[in-house]
Design a protein around this ligand. Structure first.
Ligand SMILES: [Ca+2]
Length: 148
């Protein structure tokens, strides 16, 4: 069965399990501005080749681990397939977030996710209800850092 699976760490949950997307609408086959970190052994995105046509992924924070057809590949191999050219390699949860051990997934002031995203039509607020973007560009993830 075609599938695309992503692993999310957002402000809504800690250490989310893989989220099976199943056969998805082609217009919904985008992964932009997501923090896709699995703290275990799964890939940031796992996909089978029949689900690749139309799938777009970029401007994410990712691990150096993906999977295609149940085979793990590196970010470089994933990029060679045309995905995530501008995405950021996970620098570590403590570098990204204020206090991930206490489930505070707001972006640290120094987080490389700040201003590293892309404008997404219809996404006008972050998870806290703050308007986005703030600063130069959208942030990656569910939180938009409020930087003076
Ligand atoms: Ca921003």
């Amino acid at each position: 069965m075609p599938y695309a699976r992503v692993c999310l760490v957002t402000t809504c949950a800690q250490n989310c399990n893989s989220l099976p997307l199943g056969p998805v609408n082609p217009s919904e086959r985008k992964s932009w501005n997501n923090i896709l970190i699995h703290t275990g052994t799964r890939g940031s995105i796992e996909i089978d080749s029949s689900s690749q046509p139309g799938f777009i992924s970029d401007y994410n924070v990712v691990n150096n681990r993906f999977a295609r057809n149940e085979t793990f590949i590196t970010l470089a191999q994933w990029r060679a397939l045309g995905y995530d050219p501008r995405s950021i390699l996970n620098p570590g949860l403590a570098t990204l977030f204020v206090n991930p051990t206490a489930a505070n997934y707001h972006l640290r002031t120094e987080s490389p996710a700040i201003n590293a995203g892309v404008a997404v039509t219809g996404v006008v607020n972050d998870l806290d209800g703050n308007p986005r973007p703030q600063g130069l560009r959208y942030d990656i993830g569910a939180d938009e850092a409020l930087i003076p």
